[in-house]
Design a protein around this ligand. Sequence first.
Ligand code: PLP
Length: 370
Amino acid sequence: MAVNHLDNLSQTLLMGPGPSCVPDQVYSALSRYTIGHLDPRFIAIMDEIKKRLQTLMQTENSLTIPISGTGSSGMETCFVNLVEPGDSVLILKNGVFGMRMEDLGTRLGAEVEVVEFEWGTPIHVEKVHACLAKKNYKIVAIVHAETSTGVMNPVAEIGELLKDNEALYLVDTVTSLGGIPVETDNWHVDALYSGTQKCLSCPPGLAPISLSEKAVETIKSRQTKVPNWYLDLTMIINYWAGETRAYHHTAPINMLYGLYVALGIILDEGMENVFARHRQAHNHLVEGLEKLGLSMTVAADSRLPMLNAVNIPEGVDDGQVRTQLLKKHNIEIGAGLGPLAGKIWRVGLMGHTARTENVDRLLTALQDVI
Ligand code: PLP
């Protein structure tokens, strides 16, 4: 008999930067019968996923679909379809995920301009305003919830600046979608991508995206071919929309069952209730950490509820605390990234994980191991 490492798995309380805990209904959806990717019963599930995503993303964009691949495939899809060599792209950067946008834009031959803000602080709207006053950009890109620092960026305010601007507004909502409001249409967002393993509480593997009419027109009027076959929306759309669906690549069928159910769970609970639950768990965590003598990295007015950066106290061994939490208490929290490595812990309260009882479990465990 082949060894089966799966037999050793126990349920971990996932309180890191993602993946988050997955509800049982999603696990059981993943194990339903695989059917054909062009089966009319599957097409009906796809159509409902699109509707559920539109509701959660608060958009009427018809090009609202999940891309096959993790959150990064959503980023790649938006960039490869919208960027052509020589295009001017403004990246608003204050963490690791803004840095990745910069890397990708540069790889695609865009003229990338980066405005960087101190990690752990939000993007300053006035600075963006000044950039827009000086130059016309084809794309302005920002990360809504910077998972590397726990900062919430002012996506709505920057959207207001871009309302009458020619630039396309591209927003990473990998960590924010499903945990705080994402108002795609109200905020004038043209391209948005997310991921399943954060506040949607589905395992990693899909990247919901949404593109406005303006973005779709931009793709249609490209001078050059989309430089990536797998993520070329002009082809993918023929599978996700229209009377007759054309094969592009085999859809990850069971993953889509999982997303279908995960979205249903959020909408059944009610979006406002879900956002309130995240906020409540976050407040409970901050209060509890402060009682333990721990402090938060980010100022209260720009903290994300679903990603909490906590300063590691002087003399406390980062790795040892995280290892003990996992080994002894079966709780995972995240380490700091880049310049914040060794300086912060990242405590995720994402989706199904965002409950005060989970916060209590973590606080008790932290008290034990620190
Ligand atoms: N953007 C943000 C804000 C993220 O937090 C992540 C993942 O942590 C990504 C993009 C990349 O997503 P993935 O790791 O699913 O490819």
